[in-house]
Design a protein around this ligand. Structure first.
Ligand SMILES: CC(C)(COP(=O)(O)OP(=O)(O)OC[C@H]1O[C@@H](n2cnc3c(N)ncnc32)[C@H](O)[C@@H]1OP(=O)(O)O)[C@@H](O)C(=O)NCCC(=O)NCCSC(=O)CC(=O)CCCCCCCCCCCCC(=O)O
Ligand SMILES: NC(=O)C1=CN([C@@H]2O[C@H](COP(=O)(O)OP(=O)(O)OC[C@H]3O[C@@H](n4cnc5c(N)ncnc54)[C@H](O)[C@@H]3O)[C@@H](O)[C@H]2O)C=CC1
Length: 738
């Protein structure tokens, strides 16, 4: 609701109140101390009307409870049935039309509909620590309460386009430079706003009503907007909202305010009913849901307390270690970085310094804020003795069990007893690594994604003996590093890489059957994935998987003589990636892989005629009949096999819900957020459809076990395909149809 009070003699104060973020709910909010329920919007409207009707009130201040203006519309409300009556746009108009000056006192956050309310006010004062933005685009919408029409009138088209199409939050100081706020204060913002409101009494308000102002002209507006549209579409990869945001702003430049508002509503409704908004709002809540972790043994975020990490260490400064060090320094945690010898240490140090210099350049106070030249903040060493006083170690050495065990055994001996020992392994067994330490309860997997200082995902893998405190500490550290921690169980490849395996495997099988790498990549990139499997493999390096397959005895000298080329352990196997590696084609690093590049280390993938003829020869040699494979089959085989593995992961209790898998895929594997993650996507395709397709492909390819439908998927279908939220409650229920 909103509380109405008198701030000073002639100023009414309307305080938005709906904890925790003062969302502008059109759902009923029940106040514990009063006997009726009121929506926040209704209460805001009532407050405005009351101020208007009271002749002793000469001005109004709008603020939010608990130091937060408002996080905007209540996102949960978008998926609930439409309530007739109040909308936010008409209330913003009501504020603007007021004959009494209205001042917004912005503390904490003014986001989305919250900022639109402030844009309706005649003046805006912000606290220096406040943040503002129109993040609707990130939840598949556009600012639908006249924000696309008012903001360009206030800050001009280029700034409005930037804010509305990226959804970024800006600090008060930037808002002041843009003219979004009139004043930034360090003192009590509400008191400052009341003082200003008092001064404004009797002054003309016409020039302060944004709907009456023209949009500032640009000499080349049309060309500017078409260029912006092209850029935004390219970046959006199939997500509709950014494009419609541009269209709404374009309407502001071409039409009178009222017509622009009608266009905004029309575009908003398209987005609201597009399905993409639902997926993106699911993703918003999924990210918050995974913070509330639980494990099958009953440990949970509620009862476990994280330990403070005052100093950390990273071992191994290769591809991953250097990014991890950078993330810790950015999080202002003092770090010790270790390598195996001075030569590697110098290489690692140079790489880390380069990354930090680049990060500092992006920051307002730059290098000064990070202070990474200070040895108390960042120290490099080769001697493990420096680890005696650290609170947590992250190991990022080669993916080799024997080496990791040697390191953990040393760590267990050298580090103080309460220190946490973490491994960045991408697939190895956490319990086996923990077994060589005297403190398995303090051993945990912290699986970063490359590049580690950029990617938001952090898979946090608990072993059999990992304590709840260790999990809580790793989760807290993820948060401090501004990463999304997802707690998962211990199995080969954990969640992300385990689901990736059948997907990549299908991609290669499709090449055997007739596709080209660029066909498969294109289909998946058109679906919205940031990068297709072959471009990804070239980027990561084909040698990484090759080494792992050799370690598993699937290829290389340990393969038993006489093993059929396309079969391992009785199932289908494709030696194609191994054959490429044998020819030295490791991807971008060697200038050749599934594609060819301009040079070793080049980035531009070009379809390679050599690969095409190599594939033809391979098919001929193995008497595989080439056929045309359409986009539909490429998508179904790659994506449904990945989803199928996801159902097995859920059934085994490796992840505690489908939203965990979805958060992993959106934040670590470039899955398009507007499709909500693989498990959400499965729920939109319909579980019976996924099951039917898997059954079909599995009948055609009985030698590929990954296409055999998961028992859990079958069970859910037999139970009538419950909603995604209910899947886990059916895990242990008996189905009489099975
Ligand atoms: C605000 C944050 C920056 C805070 O971050 P942090 O401190 O890290 O805390 P969190 O864990 O993220 O959040 C805490 C807690 O709050 C929940 N929450 C946060 N924001 C919202 C929200 N906007 N709505 C609901 N709940 C919210 C969050 O889930 C947490 O709770 P938990 O999940 O239980 O743990 C950060 O949270 C953030 O960035 N929030 C999102 C901000 C945002 O995206 N705002 C934009 C909202 S959309 C909007 O404003 C749209 C508009 O422009 C107005 C549209 C006008 C509508 C016109 C037509 C509508 C037609 C459809 C309906 C018809 C009904 C009618 O007729 O009226
Ligand atoms: N490269 C990637 O994309 C990802 C890798 N990982 C995992 O991260 C770990 C590291 O991988 P990368 O960084 O790619 O490897 P890398 O080969 O780039 O770097 C490993 C580093 O460890 C150092 N090292 C080896 N033995 C050491 C010792 N005894 N003491 C100190 N340092 C030592 C090496 O000198 C080297 O610099 C592996 O477990 C890998 O599986 C996890 C996620 C992604």
């Amino acid at each position: 609701m909103a509380q109405y009070a008198r701030g000073a003699a002639a100023v009414a104060v309307i305080r938005l109140r709906n904890p925790p973020v003062n969302a502008l709910s059109w759902l009923l909010v029940t106040e514990p101390l009063i006997s009726f329920s009121l929506t926040v919007l209704q209460a805001l409207e009532d407050g405005l009307k009351r101020a208007d009707a009271d002749p002793s009130v000469k001005a109004v201040t709008i603020c939010g409870e608990n130091g937060k203006f408002s996080a905007g519309a209540d996102i949960r409300g978008f998926s609930s049935p439409r309530k007739q009556g109040l909308g936010l746009g008409p209330i913003v108009s009501l504020i603007e039309r007021s004959e009494k000056p209205v001042v917004a006192a912005i503390e904490g956050i003014a986001l989305g509909g919250g900022l639109e309310v402030a844009l309706g006010c005649h003046y805006r004062i912000a606290h220096v620590q406040a943040r503002m933005g129109l993040p609707e685009v990130t939840i598949g919408l556009l600012p639908g309460a006249q924000g696309t029409q008012r903001l360009p009138r206030l800050v001009g088209v280029p700034a409005a386009l930037d804010l509305i199409t990226t959804g970024r939050h800006i600090p008060a100081t930037e808002a002041l430079k843009l003219g979004l706020v009139d004043e930034v204060v360090e003192e009590n913002t509400v008191e400052a706003a009341i003082r200003l409101a008092n001064k404004l009494i009797g002054q003309p308000l016409g020039p302060r009503r944004l709907s009456l102002k023209p949009v500032p002209k640009l000499p080349n507006m049309e060309a500017f907007l078409s260029e912006a549209l092209a850029k935004v579409k390219k970046r959006a990869q199939g997500c509709l909202a950014p494009e419609l945001c541009v269209q709404a702003i374009k309407a502001a430049t071409e039409q009178p305010f009222a017509d622009g508002v009608r266009k905004e509503q029309e575009l908003f409704n398209i987005l609201l009913t597009s399905g993409q908004a639902k997926a993106m709002q699911y993703a918003f809540f999924a990210e918050r849901a995974v913070e509330k972790w639980t494990t099958p043994s009953g440990a949970s975020w509620k009862s476990a307390s994280p330990q403070p990490i005052r100093k950390a260490a990273v071992i191994g400064l290769g591809t991953m270690g250097r990014g991890i060090v950078t993330s810790l320094v950015k999080a202002k945690i003092p770090v010790v970085a270790l390598e195996q010898n001075l030569e590697y240490l110098n290489m690692g140090r140079n790489a880390v310094m380069l990354l930090l210099e680049r990060e500092a350049m992006k920051m307002e106070q730059g290098a000064q804020a990070l202070d990474f030249h200070n040895p108390a903040r960042l120290q490099f060493a080769v001697d493990f003795d420096v680890l005696r006083d650290v609170d947590l170690v992250i190991e990022a050495v080669f993916e080799n069990m024997a080496l990791k065990k040697e390191i953990f055994s040393n760590l267990s001996r050298i580090c103080k007893p309460e220190a946490f020992l973490c491994t960045n392994t991408s697939a190895l067994n956490i319990d086996e690594i923990a077994s060589v330490t005297g403190r398995p309860q303090q051993v945990i997997g912290m699986h970063f994604f490359s590049p580690a200082h950029v990617m938001r995902l952090l898979e946090i893998i608990y072993g059999r003996q990992t304590s709840p405190t260790t999990i809580a500490t790793a989760m807290q550290l993820a948060k401090v590093m501004k990463k999304v921690g997802v707690v998962v169980g211990n199995c080969f490849g954990f969640v992300g890489n385990r689901m990736m395996f059948p997907y990549s495997q299908q991609a290669v099988f499709l090449l055997e059957e007739g596709s080209r790498p660029e066909d498969v990549d294109q289909a998946l990139e058109d679906f919205g994935l940031k990068i297709g499997p072959f471009r990804m493999s070239d980027l990561a390096g084909l040698d990484v998987g090759w080494r792992s397959r050799k370690d598993q005895g699937l290829t290389g000298p340990s393969l038993a003589p006489g093993t059929p080329a396309r079969q391992r352990r009785g199932y289908r196997y494709s030696p194609l990636p191994d054959l490429l590696c044998e020819k030295g084609r490791f991807g971008q690093k060697t200038g050749k892989g599934w594609y060819e590049y301009e040079k070793a280390g080049g980035r531009t993938a070009k379809p390679d005629p050599w690969v095409h003829s190599f594939l033809c020869e391979y098919r001929n040699a193995h008497q595989i009949k080439t056929r045309f494979i359409d986009q539909e089959e490429i998508l179904e085989r790659c994506l449904y096999s990945l989803i199928n593995e996801g159902f097995d992961i859920l059934a085994e209790g490796i992840a505690s819900g489908p939203e965990h898998l979805d958060v992993v895929y959106i934040n670590g594997y470039g899955w398009p957020k507007h499709r909500g993650g693989p498990m959400f996507y499965a729920s939109t395709v319909g579980l019976p459809n996924i099951l039917a397709k898997l059954q079909k492909y599995s009948e055609i390819h009985p030698d590929i076990p990954q296409l055999r439908p998961s028992a859990f998927l079958k069970k859910l279908v037999a139970m009538g395909s419950p909603l995604l939220n209910d899947w886990m409650s059916h895990l242990h229920k008996q189905s009489n149809k099975l």
